[in-house]
Ligand binder design. Structure first.
Ligand code: DX5
Ligand code: ZN
Length: 212
């Protein structure tokens, strides 16, 4: 499977968001990762649908929207309308994951099921036939620039073994050229990276280093 790189805009300079997006688009970003936080599921706040909509207008790169919301259901249609190509929600807070996956598909988006570091692979196993992507968090969500949690790779390996061959397995948090290599070896094919890309002046070099 080809490795896809998804720069996380959380680490971009938001005062110059248009230029930041252009720089990673030119450098070959496959997706743009948008972190949406509600201050409940995670102890931080970030962007909302209004910002996602502005980002969608500024780029042709598909938006990978990571909803860190306690109650994602009511927002699915809003983010689909805002231009999300993929909408991800946390399995820990979903009462009926399958219904939520169907709701995302009905809005015309791809569905991504997200697992926190402490959540076992089995929480996703019943839905591997229905989702387009599983996002395995490799940090505790809420903030950029944290240390990669290597134990999460066991989960990636297990899910890759069980998943249909077309399923995207994404990792998010603490991804740098070294951890990217480990994640890909474990079976991940979509790499989210904030600090490792926006912290580098040369975006092309940063993205190439992650592709390995
Ligand atoms: C954390 C977010 C990540 C974050 C990654 O809650 O989900 O997408 O931006 O940042 P880095 O790559 O700096 O760990
Ligand atoms: Zn994220």
């Amino acid at each position: 499977m080809d490795v896809k790189i998804a720069p996380s805009l959380l680490a971009a300079d938001w005062l110059r968001l248009g230029e930041e997006i252009e720089s990673v688009e030119k450098a070959g970003a496959d997706l743009l990762h948008c972190d949406v936080m509600d201050g409940h599921l995670v102890p931080n706040l970030s962007m909302g649908p209004h910002v996602v909509e502005a980002i969608a207008r500024a780029t042709r790169v598909p938006l990978d929207v990571h909803l860190m919301l306690d109650n994602p259901g009511p927002y699915v249609a809003t983010f689909a309308r805002a231009g999300a190509a993929t909408i991800g929600f946390h399995v820990e807070v979903a009462r009926e994951p399958r219904a939520l996956i169907e709701r995302i598909h009905a809005c015309g988006a791809r569905a991504s099921l997200t697992l926190n570091p402490g959540t076992p692979a089995r929480a996703a196993e019943d839905y591997l036939d229905a989702v387009d992507q599983v996002l395995v968090m490799t940090v505790h969500p809420g903030f950029g620039g944290q240390e990669f949690i290597a134990e999460a790779l066991d989960k990636v390996r297990r899910l890759r073994r069980l998943a249909p061959s077309t399923l995207d397995i994404e990792v998010d948090g603490g991804i740098n050229p070294r951890t990217a290599r480990e994640a890909v070896a474990a079976g991940a094919n979509v790499l989210v990276a904030g600090t490792a890309i926006f912290g580098c002046r040369d975006r092309q070099q940063a993205i190439q280093a992650l592709r390995g």
